[in-house]
Write a protein that binds this ligand. Structure first.
Ligand SMILES: [Zn+2]
Length: 259
């Protein structure tokens, strides 16, 4: 009857240590802390994962009776107001009052060669990896392996189908596909690095006004595929990895975000 009571439990510190080692958090320079951001109960039996530790995700996790939330976008970003007021107060109060752990992994999750956002995105979209580029090796380089995808237009339609959101194309839809670069999230400013690495098409999540001119002037095609849409897969793979390793419950909850 009670799923949580019959569930295996594991020491939280053991999970935190495993993730720190697996994601090599000590070796990646980031603009937020990676690891246990808010301390809840000392034993873990049920994890809810999601892209962002929003109020909606915390409420869904409470509804699911989770003791731990695992996310890609946590709290305490560099240069943000450090005070715990407004929405931040509501989120943290809810976590603390329910004794829920918040585990957050940002760039280390983008970078991981198997569980990471970019590796998982390549799996979903059928890309092979031939190299990496940019700081922290955040950018990925490869080829499209799906035979029926010949042009940028084919690829855009394919991405729309796979991610449930049509990308914005900056470039020529009839351009033939060759080496492509990709980086999930808000990596539009990695575009010059993608050009230098040899990509003729570069895709990321977000787009800025300047990206349009940069893409045109570099002569590269840019596909803005959605920040949330491109970052749903790493955290699911990480949660599943914990489920298999420790025998604990894991459920991914998607909080819709059109950006
Ligand atoms: Zn992101």
């Amino acid at each position: 009857m009670n799923r949580i009571k019959s569930q295996k439990t594991v020491d939280r510190n053991e999970v935190v240590k495993f993730l720190a080692d697996e994601l090599k958090i000590a070796f990646i320079r980031d603009y937020c802390p990676n690891g246990l951001q808010v301390e809840g109960q000392s034993r873990i039996s049920s994890i809810v994962s999601g892209v962002t530790a929003s109020l909606a995700l915390i409420e869904a996790a409470i509804e699911s009776k989770a003791d731990t939330i695992l996310v890609h976008h946590g709290y305490f970003w560099r240069n943000e107001n450090a005070c715990i007021t407004g929405p931040k107060q509501k989120r943290i109060k809810l976590l603390l009052s329910h004794d829920i752990n918040l585990l957050a992994y940002h760039l280390p999750l983008d970078c991981h060669p198997v569980l990471g956002n970019n590796s998982q995105l390549a799996k979903v979209l059928g890309f092979t990896t031939t190299g990496r580029f940019g700081e922290n090796d955040l950018g990925w380089l490869g080829m499209v392996t799906v035979p029926e995808l010949v042009t940028v237009s084919d690829l855009a339609a394919w991405i729309g189908k796979k991610l449930g959101r049509p990308p914005l194309i900056i470039g020529k839809p009839e351009q033939k596909l060759d080496t492509i670069g990709w980086c999930s999230g808000a990596a539009q400013d990695l575009l010059p690095d993608a050009v230098q690495a040899g990509a003729t098409v570069y895709l990321s999540g977000e787009i800025s006004e300047r990206t349009v001119h940069e893409a045109r002037e570099y002569g590269i095609t840019y596909l803005a595929c959605g920040h949330h849409a491109t970052e749903r897969f790493g955290i699911q793979a990480l949660g599943d990895c914990l489920r298999k390793k420790f025998g604990i419950h894991h459920e991914y909850i998607d909080i819709d975000n059109p950006v």
